[in-house]
Design a protein around this ligand. Structure first.
Ligand code: FAQ
Length: 345
């Protein structure tokens, strides 16, 4: 869509153009007119998604120093770095809606924006790295592939690369669990225990049931979301059951069985009280995750200051005379400068 908003055009006409573009499956781009509520919904969802990516680095990073081989360590480091990259694409997508990354991070650190419930659970053994890859990245892909067709262009385009990388992450988790499952009895038990602990929280990642999801109906009308929370959760269960069988592991649900009539697996009710407690900040690791995130942000202040100083020094019209390759010194940021958009999370 290419319509911009001259102030004289009335809102109803702009809204009609917007609705027609959404109905025709055209993409809405940053300079297009869009309803305030559409913008606010995207900022909420993309920010929550970005925050999840960077907080989601913590549970697995916990195992980098204890990976059982150089190969596993290299793979895990690459995966955790990819998650940081996803955070960067997503904060950039959010910035196209008129919010700054500083603002979003401030809200995360103040507990005023959410991140995914799943990252408030601990990684107790090495097998948890496999379970996260297989189940958490698997759930993330199931949710994110339809987001590649989201009506907002920058978000949809970011999702294409994110999904390619998540698909690699899911496979490495599956391969790790397979190695453990086929290993010694103790390794098999460790893999089974990790799957038992991560299964239900992974199903919660898709959000509350459709009847209790306040944003779904509007987000689906706007084609931000293409499927409901329950539809995607059911799709994920259908994918996981045969995969668990080939892994030689079981899923911790005695009521999981194929339903000929629906063409899907039936599964036990989800413990939504647990989900709501995690959302209220009372999960096993909420405090620890947020504290570590704030700490990492503070520790990174000198990097942002240096990047801002470097950018200021080389900005057009700057007379500082530095060369493009000169190294900025610590603590030389111009006073009151904000984070450079390219600074690390
Ligand atoms: N956790 O009305 P709905 C990853 C909140 S993947 C926390 O259904 P919506 C990759 C929701 O915000 C994980 N909060 O909302 C990775 C809303 O809050 P409000 C991130 C949740 O937006 C792998 C309220 O509940 N992926 O990080 C959750 O239509 C491994 C009502 O819910 C995304 O964010 C939850 N699970 O649907 C990284 C995907 N679910 O406004 C590292 C994009 C819901 O009342 C390692 N997001 N809430 O304050 C989405 O698709 C959607 O936002 C949903 C929720 C489906 C998550």
């Amino acid at each position: 869509m290419t319509t911009t908003a001259p102030e004289t055009v009335d809102t109803a006409a702009l809204e009609a153009v917007f609705d027609a573009a959404v109905a025709a499956d055209e993409r809405i781009e940053p300079r297009d007119w869009m309803p305030d509520a559409y913008r606010a919904t995207l900022i909420r969802q993309i920010a929550q998604h970005a925050h999840s990516e960077i907080i989601g680095m913590q549970p697995e990073a916990n195992w980098i120093t204890r990976a059982p081989s150089l190969r596993r360590k290299a793979i895990l480091m690459a995966k955790v770095q990819d998650e940081a990259g996803h955070g960067l694409y997503l904060y950039s997508a959010a910035e196209t809606l008129g919010v700054s990354r500083d603002e979003l991070l401030d809200k995360l650190h103040a507990g005023r924006q959410r991140y995914s419930s799943i990252f408030n659970y601990p990684t107790l053994t090495w097998a948890d790295v496999g379970a996260i890859g297989w189940l958490v990245d698997g759930a993330a892909i199931t949710n994110q592939v339809p987001l590649c067709r989201c009506s907002y262009g920058p978000y949809a385009r970011a999702m294409i690369r994110v999904c390619k990388e998540e698909s690699f992450h899911q496979r490495q988790g599956y391969e790790l669990l397979l190695a453990l499952s086929r290993g010694t009895e103790a390794q098999h038990a460790m893999a089974q225990d990790a799957v038992n602990r991560w299964w239900w929280p992974s199903l919660m990642m898709f959000g509350p049931p459709d009847g209790e999801s306040p944003h779904s109906a509007q987000s689906m009308t706007w084609k931000i979301k293409r499927h409901s929370n329950d539809e995607l959760r059911r799709r994920f269960v259908d994918i996981c059951v045969p995969q668990a069988e080939s892994l030689g592991l079981t899923l911790p649900d005695p009521d999981l069985r194929w339903n000929e009539e629906t063409g899907h697996y039936d599964f036990s009710p989800i413990d939504w009280d647990e989900f709501n407690e995690v959302l209220r900040g009372n999960g096993p690791c909420n405090e620890q995750r947020l504290a570590r995130r704030r700490e990492a942000h503070e520790e990174g202040a000198w990097v942002r200051e240096a990047a801002a100083a470097y950018a200021a020094k080389h900005a057009p019209g700057s007379h500082s005379g530095g060369t493009p390759h000169s190294t900025p010194e610590r603590g030389t940021a111009a006073s009151g400068s904000t984070e450079h958009p390219e600074a690390m999370v």
